[in-house]
Design a protein around this ligand. Structure first.
Ligand SMILES: Nc1ncnc2c1ncn2[C@@H]1O[C@H](COP(=O)(O)OP(=O)(O)OP(=O)(O)O)[C@@H](O)[C@H]1O
Ligand SMILES: [Mg+2]
Length: 108
């Protein structure tokens, strides 16, 4: 069984490349959880990943900090980009509709 992989990303271009590479391994129903401190590069990784999934390298990918969930439609199922940082309780995950679509790719 494969263990954890540690990657050092030197510069935003490498974050971008990782995001695109991860996107190419995702299928409907998959969940990507990003965790890290302020400015760790979570949004940059999510942006690259979602642009790749949408096959649109210049698509505006706004931060979901205020809307909490930013949806994108695709023929194979939606992408839901969510920010859970401001949630007060785990039940809000259900209220936000994050588990409504079993064919969604969820990027948190
Ligand atoms: N590998 C990298 N090396 C250097 N800078 C990077 C790298 N990846 C992303 N950045 C840059 O770091 C800055 C912070 O990234 P980003 O906004 O994605 O962080 P974040 O984890 O979403 O932060 P926050 O928690 O505040 O939302 C951005 O300007 C981004 O372009
Ligand atoms: Mg961010």
């Amino acid at each position: 069984m494969a263990g954890p992989v540690n990657l050092i990303l030197v510069g935003e271009d490498e974050t971008d490349r990782l995001g695109r590479a991860v996107a190419n391994h995702l299928s409907p129903g998959n969940i990507v959880l990003l965790r890290g401190g302020l400015g760790a590069g979570k949004s940059a990784l999510a942006r690259a990943l979602i642009r790749q999934l949408l096959d649109d390298p210049v698509r505006d990918i706004p931060s979901p900090s205020f809307a909490l969930v930013q949806p994108y439609d695709r023929p194979s199922g939606p992408i839901l980009h969510a920010d859970l940082y401001r949630l007060g309780h785990a039940a809000e995950i259900t209220e936000l509709g994050l588990v409504d679509h079993d064919q969604a790719i969820l990027v948190v």
